[in-house]
Ligand binder design. Structure first.
Ligand code: ATP
Ligand code: MG
Length: 363
C-alpha cells in the first residue's frame, strides 16, 4: 500500500499543508525543527490513532491556531483507495472517519493504513524495559489481526480488575475465590495471545536475522526468542492457572499480578551476546532497524502488500555502506525518510522534498 497524499490543517507546526508522495522512496529534507518529523508522524497517527512520540492528542493542535487539528490521508491499496480523516478538538477529543464513515471503536482504524515506524527513539525497543518490546510485538499483531487487538484489550481489563482486587480486598477471606474467577478468564484470553506472539516471532526471527546480516556487512547473526514462564504448550490455560495458584501469596503481598503475558519479553542476541544489556550503540541500532525491516517483510507475506515504512532520522546514524544496503532492500516499499540532507548517490531513484518555512517543495 502507499500513501498518495497527506493534507494537514492546524496540526503541530503546520497551519496548512498538502503534499503528494510517490510509491517509492520519499526523502524529506530540511533544517532542524522545520517539521519533518511532524509530517512523518501524521502518517503514523493515521495508522494507530496515537502520536509516535507520545504527544497527547490536544498537543497536536497548532499553537495559537483556531479550531481542530486535522489530518487527511488518501491511501492506495492493491484493490481500493481509501480516505482517512481525523479531527482533534481542543479538549483532545478525536473523530476519525474511514471513507467518510465515522468509526465507533479505535479497533476499526487498525489496518486502514499500515505503517512501520522507525526513529532514534525506537532504540528503546532494544535497550529499555520489556514494555517496549512487547509493544512492538503487540502493535504489529494488532494491525494484522483484530481478534488479537480485542483479546489484548480484554486481557488488560481483566488484569487491572485483578490488580484492583488485590489492592482493595487485601484482607478479605474471599480474595482467593474472587481472584480465581478473574484468573480463569485471564488464562483463557492468554492462550490466544501467547500462540499469536510465538507464531509471530517464529516468522519474524529468520527474516530479522537475514536483514541484520546484510546491514552489519555479513558480520553478525541475530537471534530472537520469546521469554516467558515455563508452561505446557499443549494446555496453556491449565498450566497458567497453576502458576497463578503458586504465585497467589506473592501477588497478594505485592498487590499486583506477577504472572501473565504482561510480563513476557523478547530476548535479542546479536553476535552471541544479549544486546539488550551488553550491545554497543551500533549493534542496538542495527538490530532495531533489522526488526523493523523484518516486520515490513512479514506484513507483506501475510497480506500481499507492503506497509508504508517511515524512517525518521536514521540516516545520520548509519555509515554510507549501511545506508546503501538499506535502500537497496526497499524495492516495492513506499518509504518516507527524513534527514537534514541527502546524497542522491545513496539512492538514485529517491524523490527528494525540501521543507522550509512550513512549506514543502519537491526538488
Ligand atoms: N503544537 C505545535 N504548534 C506549533 N508548532 C509546534 C507544535 N509542537 C511542536 N511544534 C514545532 O515543531 C518543531 C519540531 O518539528 P519537527 O520535530 O518535525 O522538526 P524536524 O524537522 O523533524 O527537526 P529535526 O531535524 O531536529 O528532527 C518544534 O521546534 C516546534 O517549534
Ligand atoms: Mg525530526
Amino acid at each position: 500500500m502507499f500513501v498518495k497524499n497527506v493534507a494537514l490543517k492546524n496540526y503541530l507546526s503546520y497551519p496548512e499543508l498538502y503534499t503528494e508522495f510517490t510509491e517509492g522512496i520519499n526523502v524529506l529534507t530540511g533544517q532542524n525543527a522545520v517539521g519533518k518529523t511532524n509530517l512523518a508522524e501524521s502518517i503514523y497517527y493515521a495508522s494507530v490513532g496515537k502520536s509516535a512520540r507520545g504527544l497527547r492528542d490536544k498537543e497536536l493542535i497548532h499553537w495559537g491556531g483556531d479550531g481542530n487539528a486535522e489530518i487527511h490521508l488518501t491511501v492506495q491499496k492493491k484493490y481500493a483507495k481509501h480516505t482517512i480523516d481525523i479531527a482533534i478538538d481542543k479538549q483532545g477529543k478525536k473523530r476519525i472517519m474511514i471513507d467518510r464513515i465515522p468509526i465507533v471503536k479505535m479497533g476499526e482504524l487498525m489496518g486502514a493504513v499500515y505503517v512501520v515506524y522507525f526513529s532514534p527513539g525506537e532504540m528503546r525497543l532494544i535497550k529499555e524495559s520489556p514494555v517496549d518490546r512487547r509493544r512492538f510485538i503487540d502493535i504489529s499483531l494488532c494491525q494484522q489481526d483484530k481478534i488479537y487487538f480485542y483479546t489484548l484489550v480484554k486481557y488488560n481489563q481483566l488484569l487491572s480488575q485483578r490488580n484492583k482486587l488485590l489492592k482493595d480486598y487485601y484482607n478479605s477471606p474471599t480474595l482467593k475465590s474472587m481472584s480465581d474467577i478473574i484468573v480463569e478468564k485471564m488464562c483463557r484470553e492468554q492462550e490466544y495471545i501467547i500462540k499469536k506472539r510465538k507464531d509471530f516471532l517464529s516468522r519474524l526471527a529468520p527474516v530479522a536475522d537475514e536483514r541484520h546480516l546484510i546491514l552489519s556487512g555479513g558480520k553478525e547473526r541475530l537471534e530472537l526468542t520469546y521469554e516467558s514462564e515455563e508452561i505446557d504448550e499443549k494446555n496453556i490455560p491449565e498450566s497458567l492457572k497453576e502458576l497463578y495458584d503458586k504465585s497467589f501469596e506473592k501477588d497478594k503481598h505485592l498487590t499486583y499480578t506477577t504472572v501473565g503475558v504482561h510480563r513476557d519479553d523478547l530476548k535479542i542476541v546479536a553476535g552471541g551476546i544479549d544486546i539488550r544489556k551488553y550491545g554497543s550503540q551500533g549493534q542496538q541500532r542495527t538490530a532495531a532497524l533489522s526488526l523493523k525491516l523484518a516486520e515490513t517483510e512479514l506484513f507483506y507475506r501475510a497480506s500481499g502488500e507492503y506497509p508504508v515504512l517511515i524512517l525518521d532520522d536514521v540516516m545520520g546514524e548509519l555509515d554510507e555502506t549501511r545506508q546503501k544496503a538499506l535502500f537497496a532492500h526497499l524495492d516495492g516499499i513506499q518509504s518516507i525518510v527524513t534527514c537534514t540532507s541527502f546524497e542522491k548517490e545513496v539512492a538514485s531513484s529517491a524523490t527528494i522534498y525540501e521543507i522550509n518555512d512550513r512549506k514543502i517543495t519537491r526538488l
